[in-house]
Design a protein around this ligand. Structure first.
Ligand code: PMP
Length: 354
């Protein structure tokens, strides 16, 4: 029998968000998470916050917003928080696009962009990455139409790890029409080691049509608590709050985020170690014969095309879960040195067997 209550027909064609798998007994290098658990000070802040979970959280997360504004050197009215930065991606499209208006992004990029665009009733325009798996900003500029309301630039890009450099981004921003918001999605900013990859906050401070998204999920190790933040022109953050699901950044997440900012130096030192491991893992993979674009994030990309699934299965046989993107490539999160060794050995045996 057909269902009596119809749901939106266009949801049938919505791509699925595929989370990295968790397999008992296997190492998970599939979701770009931090390998270490919370610092004791952060765990304590979370425990303290649990004593008041009978109360709603601060809906505006003002203590966290003020703290972020201070750290990021922007006015508090330019800061917004969300239930993960993925929520802010969704809020941005909802706040900027009406039906038939366009969100533009590179492809392949973060898999949530097509989903949040379609859910908002907006149209997506995608521009292929270039031959080096990097954003083709000239082609993206050429793809802007009068209906374009926002452009996502994922820097570094998920899942390829590639990053656009300062001169190219500045040239792009200089030419984007003033009424189009450029969203610099910097979920992996803390792993960037090349000084020529610009800090997007500099542009958000100076320009009226630039937003930056960051998250506590990766460098700060709070993926399970769901809290991200954005810096955007004040009228945009006002609009973001209008489409915010009330109270969606919960009290434990707010407390943990503030405690993580207190422990910032220690957490960022962990990112430096991960970045060094990333470069080591890439070097080993190159030496083994793989093509691996230069990564500025906490993962590497293996463009394996039709061998993608086979590689992922081989890795799983070796007790490592990686993230395959069917027919395109495999993304591998950088874990502890021991975890990375297990992965590298799997990569070597795959190469030898083929
Ligand atoms: N942007 C990018 C590029 C990402 O890769 C992710 C997480 N996979 C997010 C945003 C969202 O992260 P979160 O919702 O956990 O903050």
């Amino acid at each position: 029998m057909p269902p009596t209550v119809p749901t939106r027909a266009d949801l049938e064609s919505l791509p699925k968000y595929v989370p990295g798998r968790t397999v008992t007994g296997a190492i998970k290098l599939a979701s770009n998470e931090a390998p270490g658990g919370p610092l004791p000070s952060v765990a304590e802040a979370i425990a303290r916050a649990t004593t008041e979970v009978n109360r709603y959280p601060d809906m505006g997360a003002w203590a966290l917003v003020d703290r972020l504004a201070n750290e990021l050197e922007v006015p508090a009215d330019m800061v917004a928080v969300g239930c993960g930065s993925v929520s802010l991606c969704q809020q941005l499209v909802q706040a900027l696009c009406t039906q038939g208006e366009q969100a533009l992004f590179a492809w392949r990029s973060f898999e949530a962009y097509p989903i949040v665009t379609q859910v908002a009733g907006a149209d997506q325009v995608t521009v292929p990455l270039d031959a080096t798996h990097t954003h083709d900003l000239d082609a993206m500029l050429a793809a802007i139409t009068p209906k374009t309301r926002l452009v996502f630039v994922c820097n570094p890009n998920n899942p390829t790890g590639t990053a656009v450099r300062r001169a190219a981004l500045e040239r792009f921003l200089d030419q984007v029409p003033a009424d189009v918001l450029v969203v610099l999605d910097e979920a992996y900013r803390e792993y960037v080691t090349d000084p020529d990859v610009p800090d997007g906050l500099q542009f958000a401070r100076e320009r009226d049509n630039v937003a930056v998204l960051r998250t506590f999920s990766k460098a700060y190790g709070l993926a399970g608590l769901r809290v991200g933040y954005g810096v955007a022109p004040a009228h945009v953050t006002t609009a973001l709050r209008k489409v915010y699901v009330p109270f969606s950044v919960n009290a434990l997440a707010q407390a943990a985020a503030i405690a993580s900012l207190d422990a910032r130096d220690e957490l960022l030192a962990r990112c430096t170690e991960i970045a060094a491991e990333r470069d080591r893992v890439r070097g080993e993979l190159l030496a083994t014969g793989y093509v691996v674009p230069e990564s500025q994030a906490n993962f590497v990309w293996l463009p394996l095309s039709e061998r993608t699934e086979e590689f992922a299965e081989h890795a799983l046989d070796s007790k490592v879960v990686v993230r395959p993107f069917a027919g395109d490539g495999v993304r591998v999160t950088i874990g502890t040195p021991e975890e990375n060794e297990v992965f590298l050995e799997a990569a070597r045996t795959f190469q030898r067997s083929s």
